[in-house]
Design a binder for this molecule. Structure first.
Ligand code: MN
Length: 321
């Protein structure tokens, strides 16, 4: 999905300064953002005071929305730079097209992983014939400097590995959890896992104390380290944990997001991750005036114009440790 916010904000993220070294329980409330005509999402990252979790730089939760007889998701062609997009569904389906010629229907608990590298463009839409409900999350992973100019590529993994314990099934989206690894290509030490809990479950997830973590609630009534987390909310957990207690009163769906703290400072604006205002400006111009981001074929509609850049240039900030 795209950041369709017409007042796209320029934000500096990353760097050790934002990372909490100790275990914490910081409940993040979502900001409601309208995407075009039809869809409203709950944005968890970037959030006030919390811009990244590991390399995870953007988290939107949407649905479940009843889209029977409606077009559903309609996100026109738009560009990306310097990041990976992760499409994750609990219900419904999303048709992905990109400038590499990929044409894929992503279904629940399948990984749609698009690595933009230096430049890609894509569209996302509910297929004409679609399920009644649409429910999912759209996430971005920032690419480290050493890999952010890689050739763009798209992966679709339909059979992801799982880890099970009584009352719990974890599906590996990205990276590693408890010795099991997702086939999705990663560029920083990272974890993304879908956690399905059955009613009455009590479990403890093994974590890496060097990672920072957060848990997004997708559905049901679950407690994360003793804190009830309602669907559409996210609990930031800090670093320094070897395990995470989970319990559920009803069947519940969570997403565990974590990774090594992202030490490089990034500049994020609209659908781009860069390192300076100038780079972002060039990317915007590249989308509006040149063929840098390629062409998406087959989408029924116009491509998405970039919003105006804010009038004040953001001063680039150096890396911090
Ligand atoms: Mn997108």
């Amino acid at each position: 999905m795209s950041n369709l916010d017409r007042q796209a904000e320029l934000s500096v993220c990353g760097g050790r300064g934002f990372v909490v070294a100790e275990p914490v329980r910081e409940l993040l409330t979502p900001r409601r953002v309208r995407l075009g005509e039809s869809t409203e999402v709950r944005r968890l990252l970037p959030n006030l005071g919390r811009r990244m979790v590991g390399a995870w730089a953007f988290v939107d939760h949407y649905g479940p929305d009843d889209i029977a007889g409606e077009p559903g998701m309609q996100v026109p062609p738009h560009p990306h730079m310097g990041l990976q997009t992760v499409s994750w569904l609990h219900e419904g389906e999303v048709l992905h097209r990109d400038s590499l010629g990929s044409l894929r229907t992503i279904r629940p608990r399948e990984l749609g992983l698009m690595t933009s590298g230096r430049a890609i463009s894509h569209s996302e839409e509910s297929p004409r014939s679609h399920a009644r409900f649409l429910h999912g999350a759209q996430l971005w992973v920032a690419l480290p400097d050493a890999h952010r100019h890689v050739e763009p590529h798209f992966q679709h993994h339909t059979d992801l590995p799982t880890v099970s314990a009584p009352g719990l099934t974890a599906t590996l989206i990205l990276g590693e959890l408890d010795g099991t690894t997702s086939p999705g290509t990663t560029y920083t030490p990272i974890t993304g896992a879908d956690i399905a809990l059955t009613a009455g479950a009590e479990a403890r997830l093994p974590l890496d104390p060097d990672f920072e973590y957060a848990v997004l609630s997708m559905s049901g009534q679950a407690e994360v380290d003793g804190v009830p987390v309602l669907p559409g909310s996210m609990l930031y957990l800090g670093c320094g944990r070897t395990g995470l207690p989970l319990r559920a009163d009803t069947d519940a769906g969570l997403m565990l997001l974590g990774g090594e703290p992202f030490e490089e400072e990034i500049v994020m604006w609209w659908n781009f991750v860069g390192r300076s205002h100038e780079e972002i400006e060039e990317a915007r111009q590249g989308w509006m005036e040149t063929s840098r981001f390629g062409e998406v074929r087959g989408y029924d509609g116009d491509r998405l114009p970039a919003p105006e850049l804010p009038p004040v240039a953001l001063k680039p900030r150096g890396r911090v440790r």
